[in-house]
Ligand binder design. Structure first.
Ligand code: GDP
Ligand code: MG
Length: 597
């Protein structure tokens, strides 16, 4: 395809402003997908995306669009996730395209992730076309939102396109604007092949599938290629474009986006951001690559059944291929045996990875208490990164502890401002700034990350009835009075439940944890004390009373099948439990115990 007839763009917006629905309409109106195969949020192909109604992975589709100028254009669209935990997915996708459609819900206006995502697009050097969505809603106020885009984001919104992605109103204008207002890609067809590895995933039938954006040169089926960072060489077995299903394609030239398979056995050979070139005639220099993601929350993942460790290793490697923002290393725990210490971009990210491992690879997992990374400064002048509170060194060798801080940006309607200030204050926040954009307040807070990662987002949503939006960036590490709190169940410390807390909050956190665990751990045949302790000192305590009788006792001897059924049910429940000394703790307890009310 001629460069002048290609347009590559991403769709960015705050969560729920209608990116995926707009992508649906663009796909539908151009006849890319047959009407009978069309369904809502078509590009959200993972089960978990469809169930939760959110986009997790950036998804790509190639569209042919016959424009008003009589020429047919190739449009490569990338739909991106909106949640702050998946910002890395957004930033990577943006490197592969030249422009963005900025979607803003005309009944809501600019939100925290509208800002975060549009700044990423501006950083990537994109041309931006603002689109005002949901104008079918009575509450839509396109003029006010236009003004807001200009005031808050600082880009020209006079040509913003009013649409309803739901009804299809205004979609032809969006298609024309993509062609007229976004730039064509640049590149040299005769230069040596230079392609960017944008994404990859593991397919049970096809093996490793690699998505690329060609910068220079041409790639064809059968070519011998080299991945520069890993120095691995392969032959291209299959070359395709995404519509959004794979459709075989003879060649991809400059500006084009597509996928290939190459019998890749080592999933580690494919690294997002790497440069792919021809083995025989390589390009002179590699692309700058992507900035690696910085995981901020760590937790342990262990198989419920120790025999599944190798299966877990295999699953984690395959999943990491599709998610460059998650890290892992082997870990052993006294109580849990062999597993992995994994790093995530936030708690939603953690939940998504765990759920994908369980579903896509059919594993039963235990997740230990999540923790941020602390810097432990030792008396001998050295510093250790602490990824796991269980590894906290002996305090006599510790000089001081620093924790990560963030700058949070929160946008909220006026009437909820008081609740937000209180929430931030409760979480050891320091107010930095407070401004107004129309009737919405924009506050900036300096907060400790560990007060935010677990349930801040949920709390924020509930105190503002969903009207607040939130985004954050890591700023620095700062010293504070932090201690390790241990949880003892039946007098045995459970390392997987250890956590770092601020000294002033230790007692109330300890009490909360014990109360929660009391509800989360089922009764046993004996009494179970649950304690929170700092060093050797117990700061909170609860007791789970003993169970009275066996659940099968009431079945007498007569009904054997009924008895078997009950026992089977117990066994099924046990799969999700883990033995700690004499006590069984359900898998869900590890995260639930941390959420504050
Ligand atoms: P995303 O998170 O930005 O991808 O948003 P979605 O495309 O998943 O849409 C979020 C919700 O808004 C869904 O329930 C859509 O049906 C709805 N929605 C999207 N566009 C419109 C629109 O133009 N009008 C109305 N009324 N609802 C819309
Ligand atoms: Mg979406």
């Amino acid at each position: 395809t001629e460069l002048a007839q290609i347009r590559n763009f991403s769709i960015v917006a705050h969560i729920d402003h209608g990116k995926s629905t707009l992508a649906d309409r663009l796909i539908q109106m151009t006849g890319t997908v047959a009407e009978r195969d069309m369904k809502a949020q078509l590009l959200d192909s993972m089960d978990i995306e469809r169930e939760r109604g959110i986009t997790i992975k950036a998804n790509t589709v190639r569209i042919d669009y016959p424009a008003k100028d009589g020429k047919t254009y190739v449009l490569n669209l990338i739909d991106t996730p909106g949640h702050v935990d998946f910002a890395y997915e957004v930033s990577r996708s943006m490197r592969a395209v030249e422009g963005s459609l900025l979607v803003v819900d005309a009944s809501q206006g600019v939100e925290a992730q509208t800002l975060a995502n549009v700044y990423q697009a501006i950083d990537a050097g994109h041309d931006i076309v603002p689109v005002l969505n949901k104008i079918d809603l009575p509450a839509a106020d396109p003029d006010r939102v236009k003004e807001q885009i200009e005031d808050v984001i600082g880009i020209d919104a006079s040509d913003a396109i009013p649409i309803s992605a739901k009804s299809g109103l205004g979609i032809p204008d969006v298609l024309e604007a993509i062609v007229q207002r976004l730039p064509a890609p640049k590149g040299d067809r005769d230069a040596p092949l230079k392609a960017m590895l944008v994404d990859s995933w593991y397919d049970a039938y096809l093996g490793v599938v690699v998505m690329i954006r060609v910068i220079d040169g041409v790639i064809r089926k059968g070519d011998r290629i080299r991945m520069i960072a890993t120095n691995a060489t392969y032959g291209v077995d299959r070359l395709a474009v995404l519509r959004p299903q794979m459709v075989d394609w003879p060649e991809l030239g400059p500006g084009e986006i597509g996928v290939f398979t190459a019998s890749i056995k080592q999933v580690r050979d494919t690294r997002v951001g790497d440069t792919i070139t021809h083995e025989r005639r390589p390009c002179a220099e590699a692309l700058p690559g992507f900035k690696p993601a910085q995981p901020v929350v760590f937790c342990g993942l262990f198989p419920v059944d120790a025999a599944d460790f190798e299966a877990l290793r295999d699953a984690i490697e395959k999943l990491a291929l599709n998610d460059a923002s998650f890290t892992y290393e082997m870990e052993t725990s006294a109580a849990l045996g062999f597993g992995f210490r994994c790093g995530f971009l936030g708690l939603l990210h953690l939940e998504v990875v765990r759920e994908r491992l369980e579903r896509e690879f059919d594993l039963d997992l235990i997740t230990t208490a999540p923790s941020v990374v602390y810097h432990i400064f030792m008396r001998d002048g050295t510093m250790q990164e602490l990824h796991n509170p269980a590894d906290m060194p002996d305090l006599t060798y510790v000089d001081h502890i620093e924790e990560p801080r963030i700058k949070a940006t929160i946008m909220v309607p006026d009437e909820y401002l008081g609740d937000i200030l209180k929430l931030c204050q409760d979480r050891r926040g320091i107010q930095l700034n407070l401004t107004y954009a129309g009737s919405r307040a924009m506050v900036e807070y300096d907060l400790p990350l560990n007060e935010v990662v677990f349930d801040f987002y949920d709390r924020l949503k509930s105190v503002t009835k969903g009207y607040a939006s939130f985004d954050y960036t890591l700023t620095d590490y700062r010293e504070d009075n932090l201690v390790k709190m241990q949880i003892l169940v039946n007098d045995e410390p459970v390392d997987a439940l250890s956590m770092m807390v601020h000294r002033d909050r230790a007692e109330s956190r300890g009490r909360q944890m014990c109360e929660k665990l009391k509800d989360l751990i089922p009764r046993h045949m004996f009494k179970i004390p649950i304690q929170a302790a700092i060093g050797g000192r117990v700061i909170a305590r609860e007791t789970i009373s003993a169970m009275r009788k066996d659940v099968t006792a009431k079945c007498y001897g007569g009904d054997a099948t009924r008895k078997r059924k009950l026992l089977d049910k117990q066994k099924e429940g046990k799969k999700r439990m883990r033995q700690f000394g004499k006590v069984e703790i359900p898998q869900t307890a590890f995260i639930s115990a941390l959420k504050m009310d």
